[in-house]
Design a protein around this ligand. Structure first.
Ligand SMILES: Cc1cc2nc3c(=O)[nH]c(=O)nc-3n(C[C@H](O)[C@H](O)[C@H](O)COP(=O)(O)OP(=O)(O)OC[C@H]3O[C@@H](n4cnc5c(N)ncnc54)[C@H](O)[C@@H]3O)c2cc1C
Length: 348
């Protein structure tokens, strides 16, 4: 085990000291935490709840997970899995993080903690259009690559007036020939080039605002009502009003941010701040669960490489002498505990 706890401030109790603290308990953060915990590091996840994965009615694109699994069930299974390996999951909102010597001091709504490494997995919040709106996941959708499949050959809307709204409307022509772009009374902000592209694609632009929603008995959208009295039938559509990145903690620690608000990371999730990683929707890349989980896994493995005790370097061996078997701790038995032989075979 590599829980070097000697660098922590005197004020925190042993219970609040961790090797790895993950902020955000979505698919990205929970995956990082699972790797860190199973590789022998004292790990905690702080999670406010209610992130993007928690909004899912169904789970798509995740091999081995039935489509009918809701986001809430997906996440609670993951939390049980994590806890079974001894990690802490704390339903707390992290309000601030400060560097203290080689560690990080975290303040939460209910307490505090100290950790050698911090992983930010706080995601982003989709900007929601004004009501009236269809039900999320039953006619109102935020994830093109998750839900476009549901609309093959169906009547579809895209709500928004931005560059990305225009592009998503044209992308939906890969799935159906019946696409409306709903401006809802706003002026378009897309470029002249995009305007020309739109003219060359069979996308109907509707200027009037939405005034009412008609749902079927199953709760799915059937039609939208408009300010000019017209009614248009839709199976569903996408809202494209931008994303608000939850990057405040990263910014307060001085981590580099990209122009769009994502946190800049390398291929292993490392930010520009030593000991601070970021994963999932908070970072650049496709906003998908398998991608978030992959980023979480890579960050967890990189953190393990940085924290683990063995192998000692040549300099350490020269200074401290050879390692004896009594120096190597045994991992506590737990679900799926590897044998020491399996656990020491390499980096993969
Ligand atoms: C409606 C909807 C449906 C989707 N469907 C699919 C799908 O079917 N398949 C798919 O692959 N992808 C889907 N996605 C995309 C997927 O949900 C995201 O890509 C994924 O959840 C990103 O994981 P994450 O861990 O980065 O962020 P999130 O899942 O958003 O989790 C972030 C967590 O951090 C917490 N948090 C934020 N700030 C703090 C703080 N300061 N302290 C403590 N906690 C904090 C939040 O409360 C949240 O729990 C969908 C998205 C939406 C919105």
């Amino acid at each position: 085990m590599s829980n070097s706890k000697g660098t922590t401030p005197e004020s925190s109790t042993d219970d609040d000291r961790y090797a790895v603290a993950v902020v955000g308990g979505g698919p990205a953060g929970l995956t990082t935490a699972l790797y860190a915990a199973r590789l022998g590091h004292e790990t905690v996840v702080f999670d406010r709840g209610g992130g993007r994965a928690a909004m899912m009615q169904d789970t798509h694109n995740v091999i081995g997970t039935p489509e009918s699994v809701s986001g809430a069930d997906f996440l609670s299974t993951a939390v049980d899995q994590l806890r079974s390996y001894g990690a802490d999951y704390r339903r707390e909102f992290v309000t601030g993080i400060e560097r203290v010597d080689d560690s990080f001091a975290l303040e939460t709504t209910d307490g505090s903690a100290v950790a050698e490494r911090v992983v930010l997995a706080t995601g982003f919040t989709d900007e929601r259009p004004e009501p009236p709106l269809p039900r999320t996941g039953r006619g109102l959708h935020y994830c093109l690559h998750c839900d476009a499949y549901m609309f093959v050959g169906e009547s579809v809307y895209v709500m928004g007036h931005s560059e990305s709204a225009a592009h998503v409307a044209m992308i939906m022509l890969n799935f159906t020939d019946d696409v409306d772009l709903l401006l809802r009374g706003d002026e378009p902000t897309w470029s002249d080039e995009t305007a020309t592209l739109l003219e060359g694609h069979p996308v109907d632009i509707v200027h009037e605002d939405v005034t009412g929603v008609r749902n079927g008995d199953d709760g799915w959208l059937e039609a939208l009502e408009f300010a000019d009295g017209t009614v248009r039938e839709y199976r569903g559509g996408f809202a494209m009003y931008g994303s608000e990145y939850n990057n405040g903690l990263a910014a307060s620690l001085g981590a580099d941010l990209n122009d769009d608000g994502t946190v800049a990371v390398d291929d292993h999730g490392r930010t520009s701040v030593d000991g601070l990683s970021a994963v999932g929707d908070l970072t650049p890349g496709h906003n998908q669960i398998p991608v978030a989980m992959g980023q979480g896994a890579k960050a967890g493995l990189a953190i393990h490489k940085g924290l683990r005790t063995f192998p000692k370097s040549l300099a350490e061996l020269e200074a401290e002498g050879p390692v004896s078997t009594s120096d190597a701790p045994t991992m506590a038995a737990g679900p799926g505990t590897e044998t020491s032989e399996q656990a020491s075979t390499g980096d993969d």
